[in-house]
Design a protein around this ligand. Structure first.
Ligand SMILES: C[S@@+](CC[C@H](N)C(=O)[O-])C[C@H]1O[C@@H](n2cnc3c(N)ncnc32)[C@H](O)[C@@H]1O
Length: 286
């Protein structure tokens, strides 16, 4: 058994993660990203006719699920007259590598000639695209990337970067998905056999994942859970092909506290967004 590594930095975890997202949530067809697609369409339609471009940043893009869904939603013939720019950021090289592989197949698509897609290894806390300061229409953080920010100052740094890049009030929008403490700490993800992740092996295709250890602490007033897992891949007769350990840490994010921290860096919460995005908070610049 090798060294224990952060889950998202392990190539073997990426395979498991992608299969899990596909099997349990429907991949690019899952409800959350479909809601982002609807929101994207509304924002694009209502963006200033004068602006020649529409820019979207996907924070913690993972293997590109969100951007792929957005690209998929751009139907031939109905594509916007604007130039559409997408940028996905993630601090995991292996997740980014997988995102790039998936996006490769779209690069020759004639219907997307006015579309550019960039995928980069960058941390949420210090991501920066200087030429896009005050120039981004939509910033997405799907499937809870904020829970990977382990201190309040990390959250604040990330919010500051969002504020720095968003277009002015009324034009730029940030959408941050949060998981409830229950979703975060007592996950109810269940496989086809009804086994809960936290109780017994979570089975997806040839993968089996167990939580082998967990420790709860409090950082800056919020609960933080450090979890260690055993991940195995089995063959058809259930014999183990390989076995690894991986670990991650998740920090709970209180919604009111996030709104208050956002206000401190010049972001205000928007409550009347037309498109419902479940479990998301919306922000614009003040
Ligand atoms: C649950 S996945 C979500 C992936 C993607 N947003 C989706 O909806 O499928 C969380 C992602 O956040 C990334 N991540 C965690 N901490 C990060 C950080 N500090 N900076 C950038 N990315 C981070 C992980 O590598 C992982 O790809």
């Amino acid at each position: 058994m090798g060294d224990i590594l952060y889950s998202y930095f392990q190539p073997s975890f990426v395979d498991f993660y992608d299969m899990m997202v596909e099997t349990c949530f429907g991949g690019i067809h899952s409800t959350d990203v479909q809601e982002f697609c609807t929101l994207f369409k509304h924002r694009l339609e209502s963006s200033s006719a004068k602006a020649p471009e529409f820019r979207t940043v996907d924070l913690g893009t993972g293997t590109g699920r969100c951007i792929l869904a957005l690209l998929n939603s751009l139907q031939e013939g109905k594509i916007s007259q604007k130039d559409l720019h997408f940028l996905g950021l993630d601090n995991s090289e292996v997740m980014i590598k997988r995102a790039l592989e998936k996006l490769q197949s779209l690069s020759n698509d004639e219907s997307k000639k006015n579309v550019t897609v960039g995928i980069k290894v960058q941390s949420l806390e210090d991501w920066d695209v200087p030429e896009w300061h005050e120039g981004v229409d939509l910033i997405l953080a799907a499937a809870g990337p904020f829970h990977h920010l382990l201190t309040e100052s990390a959250v604040v740094r990330t919010l500051k970067q969002i504020e720095l890049h968003l277009k002015a009030k009324g034009e730029g929008l940030a959408v941050i998905n949060l998981l409830s403490p229950d979703q975060l700490f007592h996950r109810e993800i269940r496989d086809s056999e009804g086994l809960a992740l936290t109780e017994e092996a979570f089975k997806v295709g040839p993968y089996r994942r167990w939580r082998v250890n967990h420790e709860m602490s409090v950082v800056d007033g919020a609960r933080v859970m450090h979890e260690k897992f055993k991940l195995t891949r089995v063959s058809a007769d259930e014999s183990v092909e390989w076995e690894e350990q991986e670990e991650w840490t998740l920090r709970e994010v209180d919604r009111d506290r996030l709104v208050s921290l956002a206000a401190q860096v010049g972001l205000e919460q928007l409550l009347d967004v037309r498109t419902p995005c479940k479990d998301c908070l919306f922000f614009q610049r003040k």
